[in-house]
Design a protein around this ligand. Structure first.
Ligand code: FNR
Length: 354
């Protein structure tokens, strides 16, 4: 009996299998609006059999975009642009999830495929980012303004407002992006948070913003909708955020209504030395799952059907998220089913390929 192809019910939503498309920026939107690219890109992965299709990091404030070409939900006008994407995913038996994000000091950056690296100037359509303090991520990035108490309260309110818009667009899962050195992770980590107010210093203070955002998103979406929180379980740097901190945070977030902790790592400092290899982040998903007693998602160089099956069979996670492998093969779930000897029907239009 394949675990990978066993449905997963979270609140009122049942994922048909435990394979998710990990959020991946496409740097292809205009003024936050997704377009035909997003429809075809995300839609193909739904046709390919993923149980859950996450959007890319979708900004809750315009200044919270990683690049000028990120998608957004900071404005009611974005709702109509998302609806066809969401409807298509649902029409093909998958579940549409949105990743809500604020890029913090890593905002206003060039896409990786651009000619330039680092920060985008005002003249090229960039802006001044906001962050816990005024240290840039790297000297090539823009120097952020420090958020004051009012600015922090606005971030919380804007995550909640974006979550409400996500439901209006039809999304059935909401993920809060608190990983990879973006705003919420910047508050969590002592490497990037040097504040002396209620949002800096102790672990309790550094986790305050993420806890407030998670509680606000839970309130905004009501009791029916699953909420995921993506964290970086370690900064991979001495003196940074740790797996033990992640266990404490995961427990708190679950109590505030998070259903799944999506466990990634790194991204907060270019200085980190990350031992990348197959399934390299899976042990962190397992630690959080066992020690905090909360469902987890595992991500990071999971590329093979039997490997993915093993992650679930070992009890390391409740679902797997695949990123780059889904860029190589939109039909990965159909191929994985074949390898595992599981009967999964492709869309009827493709039945003759069997
Ligand atoms: C990413 N990743 C990422 N993560 C995230 O939380 N939000 C995002 O918007 C993005 N954007 C993004 C774009 C692209 C092109 C890539 C390749 C990656 C990280 C991604 O979700 C995943 O965690 C990592 O790629 C590791 O998983 P894989 O690719 O080894 O399966």
């Amino acid at each position: 009996m394949s675990q990978l192809f066993t449905p997963l019910t979270l609140r009122t939503v049942t994922l048909p299998n435990r394979i998710a498309v990990s959020p991946m920026c496409q740097y292809s939107a205009t003024d936050g609006h997704p377009n035909e690219w997003h429809l075809v890109h995300l839609g193909s992965r739904a046709v390919g059999g993923a149980g859950l299709v996450f959007t890319e990091a979708t900004a809750v404030q315009a200044v919270g975009r990683i690049s000028p070409a990120d998608t957004g939900l900071w404005d009611d006008a974005h709702i109509a642009s998302w609806r066809p994407v969401v409807d298509f995913i649902h029409a093909h038996g998958s579940v549409a999830g949105v990743q809500l994000a604020h890029a913090g000091r890593k905002a206003s950056a060039h896409p990786p495929f651009a000619e330039h690296r680092g920060g985008v100037s005002d003249a090229d359509g960039g802006w001044t980012p906001v962050a816990p303090g005024t240290d840039p991520f790297h000297e090539s990035y823009r120097t952020p303004d420090e958020l004051d108490a009012e600015g922090i309260a606005q971030v919380v309110a804007d995550f909640a407002a974006a979550a409400r818009r996500a439901l209006a667009a039809g999304f059935r899962v909401v993920e809060v992006h608190a990983a990879h050195g973006y705003l919420l992770h910047e508050f969590l980590s002592p490497l990037s948070n040097h504040r002396t107010d209620a949002y800096g210093g102790s672990l309790e203070n550094r986790t305050r913003l993420v806890r407030e955002v998670t509680a606000a998103v839970r309130e905004a979406v009501g009791e029916d909708v699953p909420v995921f929180v993506r964290i970086s379980a370690t900064d991979w740097v001495d003196g940074g955020w740790t797996a033990e901190d992640s266990v404490v945070l995961a427990r708190d977030l679950a109590a505030l209504g998070a259903d799944v902790i999506d466990v990634s790592t790194g991204g907060n400092t270019p200085a980190a030395d990350i031992p990348i290899g197959p399934g390299y982040q899976v042990p962190f998903a397992e630690t959080v799952r066992r020690k905090a007693d909360v469902p987890t998602g595992a991500v990071g160089l999971i590329t093979d059907a039997r490997q993915a099956e093993q992650v679930l069979a070992d009890g390391s996670a409740d679902l797997v998220l695949l990123g780059r492998e889904f860029l190589r093969d939109p039909y990965w779930p159909l191929h994985a089913a074949q390898q595992l000897g599981v009967q999964v029907n492709p869309p009827k239009q493709y039945a003759r390929a069997l």
